[in-house]
Design a protein around this ligand. Structure first.
Ligand SMILES: Cc1cc2nc3c(=O)[nH]c(=O)nc-3n(C[C@H](O)[C@H](O)[C@H](O)COP(=O)(O)OP(=O)(O)OC[C@H]3O[C@@H](n4cnc5c(N)ncnc54)[C@H](O)[C@@H]3O)c2cc1C
Length: 418
C-alpha cells in the first residue's frame, strides 16, 4: 500500500475543509485534502451570513467567489400572514460586513476547492477516509478510492471537516444526540420565471407557513430559486404522494407561494432531509480537531451552517499552525468554548423561533430600533460580540423582550377606545 506524508490532512472539501486547508497552507505547512465525492456535488445550505465573509477573506477566497457573480444578500426578510419583518445588515449593531451571497452550493464549494488547489493544496477526489490510527505524535489514515484501492496518509495533524460524514466522531464513538427535536425538510430548485411577481424578486425570504413550519425562498443570480419547507415530521404526514406531489400541494396551500410557484419546473425530484441536528462530546483530541458541521449542526432556520463551518475552520486553522510551530494549545478554552459561544447563541434563537417567541418579536408593531439592530447582528452571524446584549443574554433576553411586547400589546388592546 502506498503511504504519502503530509503535515496536515484535511477530511472533506466543503467550506470547512477548504478554509482550514488554505489557512494552514498559507503558513507554509504541507496540506492534503481527501474528499469522498467528485466536485461539483450537490449539498444544501445556500444562504450565507455576513460573518462568513471574514473567514472567506482570511482564506483568500473572496476574489474568486466575487467573480462568480452570485446573488448578493443584504438582509433577512421574514413574512407571516402578509406581515413583513425586514432586517437590513447595514443597520446592525456590531461592526462588520453588511452583505453576503445566496449561492448554489455545488458551484460555490467548487470555487473554494479550485482556489485552494491553485494555492498548492492537492485534493484527492472520490477518495473516502475509512480508518484512522492515532500514534501519539502523528496519525495514519486509510483512504479508499472509487475503485476500492486503498492507500495511506501519514499526517502530523488531522482537521476533520467531513460535514454530515462525521468521520472522526463515528470512528471513535464520539457522537452525542442533539437536544433539539427532529425536524424534516422537503426542497428542490425551481426555474423561477415569475420572480417578478414578488415585491423584491431577488431577496431571500423566510415565510411562516403555520406554527413551527416555515419555508425558505432563496433566489440565485442564474434565475433558479431554491424552495424548501421545514417542520416537524408529523406535519409532512398530512401530505401523501411522491415528493413532487407533496411539494406541489404544499405550494398550493401557501398564499405567499401559490401564484409565483404554480406549475413551476423543478430541476430535480424534491429531496427530503430529516433529523439533521447532531453533536459530539468534544471538538478536539490528541492529533485532531473537528470543524464545521462535524462539531454541531443545529437547524437551517437562521442559515448558521456555513458561517459556523468557515469560522470554526478560521479559528482552528490558525491554532493548528501555532501547534505545528510548537505552542501548547489549550483547545478547550481557545477553541471549543469559543465555538460553543456561537453555537449556543444560535441554539437560543432556533429554540425561540420554533416556540413562537421570535414571531412575537419579529412581527411586533413599533419595534425599538436599537434592539432591532442588536438582533440583526445575530442574524448576520456576529454571535461572538459580547457587547451585544442579545448575544450576551441570549438565553433570557428574547423571552424577556417577547413578554414585554405581549404585555404592552395587551395593555393597548384593553385601553378604552376614544
Ligand atoms: C435542510 C437544510 C438546509 C440548510 N440551509 C442552510 C443555509 O441556508 N445556510 C447555511 O449556512 N447552512 C445551511 N445548512 C447547513 C449546511 O448544509 C452545512 O452547515 C454546511 O454544508 C457545512 O459545511 P461543511 O464544510 O462543514 O460540510 P459539507 O459542506 O457537508 O462538506 C463536507 C465534505 O466532506 C466530505 N466527506 C464526508 N465523509 C467523508 C469521508 N469519509 N472521506 C472524505 N470526505 C468525506 C463530503 O463529501 C463533503 O463534501 C442547511 C442544512 C440543512 C439540513
Amino acid at each position: 500500500m502506498t503511504i504519502q506524508t503530509t503535515d496536515v490532512l484535511v477530511i472533506g472539501a466543503g467550506p470547512a475543509g477548504t478554509v482550514a486547508a488554505s489557512i494552514v497552507n498559507k503558513a507554509g505547512y504541507k496540506v492534503r485534502i481527501v474528499e469522498k465525492m467528485k466536485f461539483p456535488r450537490f449539498v444544501i445550505g445556500e444562504s450565507l451570513l455576513p460573518r462568513c465573509m471574514e473567514a472567506l477573506e482570511e482564506a483568500g477566497f473572496l476574489e474568486a467567489v466575487k467573480e462568480k457573480k452570485f446573488q448578493e444578500k443584504g438582509g433577512a426578510k421574514f413574512v407571516k400572514n402578509g406581515k413583513i419583518c425586514d432586517y437590513q445588515f447595514a443597520d446592525q449593531f456590531t461592526k462588520g460586513w453588511s452583505w453576503t451571497w445566496q449561492v448554489p452550493r455545488a458551484e460555490f464549494d467548487k470555487t473554494l476547492a479550485d482556489t485552494v488547489e491553485k494555492m498548492g493544496v492537492p485534493i484527492d477526489y472520490e477518495s473516502t477516509v475509512t480508518a484512522i490510527e492515532f500514534n501519539g505524535s502523528d496519525s495514519l489514515t486509510t483512504v479508499t478510492d472509487k475503485n476500492g484501492n486503498k492507500s495511506q496518509i501519514k499526517a502530523r495533524f488531522i482537521i476533520d471537516g467531513s460535514g454530515y460524514g462525521r468521520v472522526i466522531p463515528k470512528l471513535f464513538n464520539m457522537d452525542k444526540p442533539s437536544n433539539l427535536p427532529p425536524r424534516k425538510a422537503l426542497f428542490t430548485h425551481t426555474v423561477d420565471l415569475r420572480r417578478a411577481l414578488s415585491d423584491e424578486p431577488n431577496r431571500i425570504t423566510i415565510v411562516v407557513h403555520q406554527h413551527a413550519v416555515w419555508i425558505w425562498i432563496i433566489p440565485f443570480s442564474n434565475g433558479v430559486t431554491s424552495l424548501g419547507f421545514v417542520g416537524d415530521p408529523s406535519f409532512f404526514a398530512n401530505y401523501s404522494g411522491s415528493p413532487e406531489e407533496q411539494l406541489r400541494n404544499l405550494i398550493a396551500a401557501e398564499p405567499y407561494l401559490k401564484e409565483r410557484f404554480k406549475d413551476v419546473e423543478f430541476l430535480f425530484e424534491p429531496r427530503v432531509l430529516e433529523s439533521w441536528s447532531s453533536t459530539t462530546d468534544r471538538f478536539f483530541g490528541e492529533g485532531f480537531v473537528l470543524t464545521g458541521n462535524v462539531t454541531e449542526f443545529l437547524d437551517p432556520v437562521f442559515s448558521s451552517g456555513v458561517t459556523l463551518a468557515t469560522v470554526s475552520s478560521q479559528i482552528a486553522g490558525k491554532l493548528v499552525v501555532e501547534k505545528l510551530n510548537g505552542r501548547q494549545i489549550d483547545w478547550e478554552n481557545e477553541y471549543m468554548k469559543t465555538m460553543m459561544q456561537g453555537v449556543d447563541t444560535f441554539r437560543s434563537y432556533v429554540m425561540a423561533w420554533y416556540e413562537g417567541t421570535l414571531d412575537t418579536i419579529f412581527f411586533a408593531d413599533d419595534q425599538d430600533a436599537q434592539i432591532k439592530s442588536q438582533i440583526c447582528s445575530v442574524l448576520a452571524g456576529y454571535v461572538w460580540d459580547l457587547d451585544n446584549p442579545y448575544v450576551k443574554n441570549h438565553k433570557t433576553g428574547l423571552h424577556r423582550l417577547a413578554s414585554m411586547i405581549s404585555y404592552r400589546d395587551s395593555l393597548l388592546s384593553n385601553a378604552p377606545k376614544p
